[in-house]
Design a protein around this ligand. Structure first.
Ligand SMILES: [Ca+2]
Ligand SMILES: [Ca+2]
Length: 125
């Protein structure tokens, strides 16, 4: 699934739409849950973490000089943000809450950055 940068208002409307947002998150969660146990391990989350990192890079977090070790540490940190109760697994509720916050943060950033560097509508891999 590709990540498309939309304008902030569109993202906020999407997150506020419980039915659409919930369905989207559940579909994404199911797609990541490779062994279908209803929980996401770090390994299952890694691709997702990479695409979230793309968002952060897009919004100004510079990782040009990162070593593989630093990258792994960053992924661990991102995973810890999702894993709120620290049991080493991300359940649906944790996934939904963190994705909501990430999207709202992106929405806030998008409003700031859209005019600044013309990134509005740009598609990320
Ligand atoms: Ca799993
Ligand atoms: Ca957890």
């Amino acid at each position: 699934m590709s990540v498309e940068i939309l304008d902030g208002e569109t993202i906020r409307r999407f997150v506020a739409d419980e039915a659409a947002f919930g369905a989207s998150i559940e579909g994404r969660f199911a797609g990541l849950d490779a062994n279908h146990d209803g929980l996401l391990s770090f390994e299952e989350m890694e691709n997702e973490l990479s695409s979230l990192r793309v968002l952060e890079v897009h919004f100004g977090v510079d990782d040009e000089a990162m070593t593989p070790g630093e990258l792994a540490e960053l992924h661990r940190g991102l995973f810890a943000r999702f894993d709120r109760d620290g049991d080493g697994r991300v359940d649906m509720e944790e996934f939904r809450e963190e994705m909501r916050e990430v999207l709202l943060a992106v929405a806030a950033g998008a409003r700031v950055f859209a005019g600044a560097d013309g990134c509005r509508g740009r598609k990320l891999p």
